[in-house]
Design a binder for this molecule. Sequence first.
Ligand code: SAM
Length: 292
Amino acid sequence: MEIILHRILPQMQFLRVSHPSGVSAFDSSMPCLRSQRARRGAKLLAASTLRNNIERAYNKTAELLPPTIAWRIDYLRPGLRGSWGGPLNGQRHRQAMVRELLQLIPFDEIVETGTYRGTSSEFFFHVSGRPVRTVEAHLRYHFYASRRLISYPEIEVTCGDSRSFLRKLATESAARRKAILFYLDAHWNEDLPLVEEIMVIASTWERCVIMIDDFEVPGDYGYAFDDYGPGKALTTAALPREALGGWGCFYPSVPAAQETGARRGCLVLASPKVVTRLGSAATLRREDVNPS
Ligand SMILES: C[S@@+](CC[C@H](N)C(=O)[O-])C[C@H]1O[C@@H](n2cnc3c(N)ncnc32)[C@H](O)[C@@H]1O
């Protein structure tokens, strides 16, 4: 249900965008055009609902299978490689944000929590040429991503909980000295590892940037964000402010209407030692409500 509500429905925003003529798909003043478009919209909606229901049934069945079998069946479906429309939810501005961060800060490596199908992990390696570490809690997705990424020795695919993974990484002195771009995307259900992930990172890495997917962009609700109930929404209220003194807080510089793909919101946090480097970032908008 979370996938349908938060990932698929936002992608259906094309039903609301304006026609190139400037006439909105739903408010044309020409009644016959309006009914044609409404019929087409209804058909698209019905087709999409059917696809969603089939996908849900597929997933429910796959969940009943041992992960060692489920991932193999997944792997036979090339359409699953793209996750939600491609790397970083198919969002072109978000991809540009990552490219710009990589230009502005000489990161030694990238760490992703929540591998899923390895779509973004592969992208991170392609755009950075730097080693990528990614961690996934679910065996089915871990096996899938391990197979998918087998030809990339530079991408380390780990199975486990993101919190334990980061805590362990934080004990490695060589890793601690590195400049790291963290992509936090291990939110999937009520067990939200986000606060603990941030606490470990902020108390360990001096030169790092944290990009959090599915985060609220205040004032722009075209960007969807995860909300798992009271106290479990990905908003600034959930941030451990005490751990983020001196950090910079950034959002996408473009409104959701100019973003592509699933249009998920995100927050970028930059550690005090690197934050000034992001002053010229065109893809980011610094927010005054600094979590400090
Ligand atoms: C939104 S998906 C990640 C998508 C992926 N980053 C991408 O861009 O294609 C979230 C993934 O996080 C995983 N996950 C959830 N909780 C986790 C945890 N505590 N540790 C590691 N992975 C977790 C889920 O199994 C799921 O595969």
